[in-house]
Design a protein around this ligand. Structure first.
Ligand code: NAD
Length: 485
């Protein structure tokens, strides 16, 4: 789609593109063609120091943290407008980086813009005069201030590379923080578009910085003395490591981690409708979405019907070139991810699960790319590794249950607790079941996260909340000034 030269990028520091001090680089590979099409610096500690230094100067000196949330909201709305004019280019870059279907990536800029506008609309919450009485003493009162934490390090994965930065960036900006963004090595180029939009929107230099680097250097970013807050989305394994570093430093950290959510299909569910929702609820982004309900729990009485419904939709869904608007399933985002998915399909077969459709390997009509035939396993017990571990690819398992209590027990019998869904005609009963699920969010007859409501993981799926007004707390420090009337 483009030339390598055009897509050799630098870091974005203090409002401009800055060559790295390192001569190492990271190649960007198109997972559909398996060709390298871009390159970014594999930055070193000097670059990290420059980016954090710029963010720190902007925090203390640019006025960003002093202009009030209402002042920052004006910039954020401008940034939203600028992003929307760049939606097509952003989509093409993301699809070339991670193979996500173009119909999905075309929504990325609009989604990011909505997020910016949503948080801009919460400016009055940040700026409000919060005066509280002293219980039992009318002569005294307390003024509660919400102040920005400082420089925030934002570390994102490759599956929704813009959205998962924006869920951090928008609340950080409205709170008054400045940021250093570290994208995933698979998807380091799409945020170029965000930096261009930020420049066009007049965001003061140093407020938003972008560095690309390997994982060790990213670890140094997390531990940099001038970083006051870390927000991470990624695997539970890396999240745990970063939590240890932050724990030692007493540095606040938000962790949005892995998942193995369950979709409970009740006996009265409309199976045609459920099948029509499988791609959005259980296999979004070719199974590479943290909250996907990748465990489907089916009543024993209609187990085979549920398996048939899932197999039917998976077989009928187009897989191939993610730039084709008809495509729903693209390739896995990288060779490493493809290998991971293939290895779990082998594990499932070894564990004795039955391949109802798929079974690994590239579909016959495709001659290259990191594609894996979407696979549905039947005859699965919740003890199997394919039911307990996050695969992060187009693999579903169908597990039988006896009754509602059994479904809740199986759903909760997981190290993770991120999303989940319940399909039934009895939505009130479903809401009562949802309240008993050990998970951060549940959808009834669909799944969709709502930017105005908190989203986050329980158990091994993370610590802290993104989205909603709650996310602003993660970038704020509270101060109480006790006063006499
Ligand atoms: P990953 O943990 O390998 O990497 C995530 C980010 O952390 C990348 O930018 C990576 O470069 C960086 N990183 C890796 N090692 C690091 C280290 N030692 N120090 C600092 N940074 C380091 O995850 P991934 O493969 O990019 O993404 C897939 C994972 O993300 C899945 O587990 C998925 O469930 C999870 N995820 C969670 C959510 C959520 O909201 N809970 C959303 C999307 C993805």
């Amino acid at each position: 789609m483009t030339t390598l030269e055009e897509y050799h990028s630098d870091n974005f520091i203090d409002g401009g593109w800055v060559a790295s001090n390192s001569t190492d680089h990271i190649d960007v590979t198109d997972p559909t063609s398996e060709e390298i099409w871009g390159q970014v610096p594999s930055s070193n500690l000097v670059d990290i120091d420059a980016a954090v230094g710029a963010a720190s100067r902007a925090f203390h000196g640019s006025g960003w943290s002093d202009i009030g949330a209402a002042g920052r909201a004006v910039y954020m709305v401008r940034l939203a407008d600028e992003l929307e004019t760049r939606a097509d280019r952003m989509a093409a870059i993301i699809t070339s980086e991670n193979g996500t279907a173009i119909t999905e990536t075309l929504l990325a800029a609009g989604h990011a813009a909505r997020m910016l506008r949503y948080y801009a609309g919460l400016a009055s919450l940040v700026d409000q005069d919060d005066e509280r009485p002293f219980p039992g003493n009318d002569a005294l009162y307390t003024q509660v201030l919400r102040q920005p934490r400082g420089v925030a390090a934002l570390i994102a994965p490759w599956n929704f590379p813009v959205a998962l930065v924006m869920v951090k960036l928008a609340p950080a900006l409205i709170a008054g923080c400045t940021v250093v963004i570290k994208p995933a090595s698979e998807t380091p180029l799409d945020l170029r578009v965000l930096m261009e939009a930020a420049t066009a929107a007049g965001i003061p230099p140093g407020v938003i910085n972008l560095v690309t680097c390997g994982n060790d250097v990213a670890g140094a970013l997390v531990e940099h003395p001038l970083v006051a807050k870390v927000a991470f989305t990624g695997s539970t394994e890396v999240g745990r490591m970063l939590a240890e570093k932050c724990g030692r430093l007493l540095r606040p950290v938000t962790l949005e981690l892995g998942g193995k959510s369950a979709s409970i299909v009740m006996e009265d569910a409309n199976l045609d409708y459920f099948a029509s929702m499988v791609n959005r609820t259980c296999l979004r982004n070719t199974g590479q979405t943290c909250y996907n309900s990748t465990r489907i729990l089916a009543p024993r009485s209609i187990y085979d019907e549920v398996v048939d419904a899932v197999v039917g939709i998976v077989e009928a869904t187009p897989i191939g070139d993610p730039f084709d608007p008809a495509t729903v399933y693209g390739p896995s985002a990288s060779a490493k991810q493809r290998d991971r998915v293939e290895s779990y399909i082998k594990i499932g077969i070894e564990e004795g699960a039955r391949v109802a459709v798929g079974g690994g390997g590239r579909p016959d009509h495709l001659d290259r790319g990191y594609f894996v035939r979407p696979t549905v396993f039947a005859g699965v017990s919740n003890e199997m590794r394919i039911a307990r571990e996050e695969i992060f690819g187009p693999v579903l398992v169908v597990i039988p249950f006896d009754d509602a209590n059994d479904a809740i027990r199986i759903s909760n019998d997981s190290p993770f607790g991120l999303g989940g869904s319940i399909f039934t005609e009895d939505v009130d009963a479903a809401a009562a079941m949802a309240a008993r699920l050990e998970t951060g969010s549940v959808g009834i007859n669909f799944y969709g996260s709502n930017q105005a409501a908190p989203f986050g993981g329980w158990k091994d799926s993370g610590i802290g909340m993104e989205y909603g007004p709650e996310a602003i707390n993660a970038y704020s420090r509270m101060k109480s000034i006790h006063r006499q009337r």
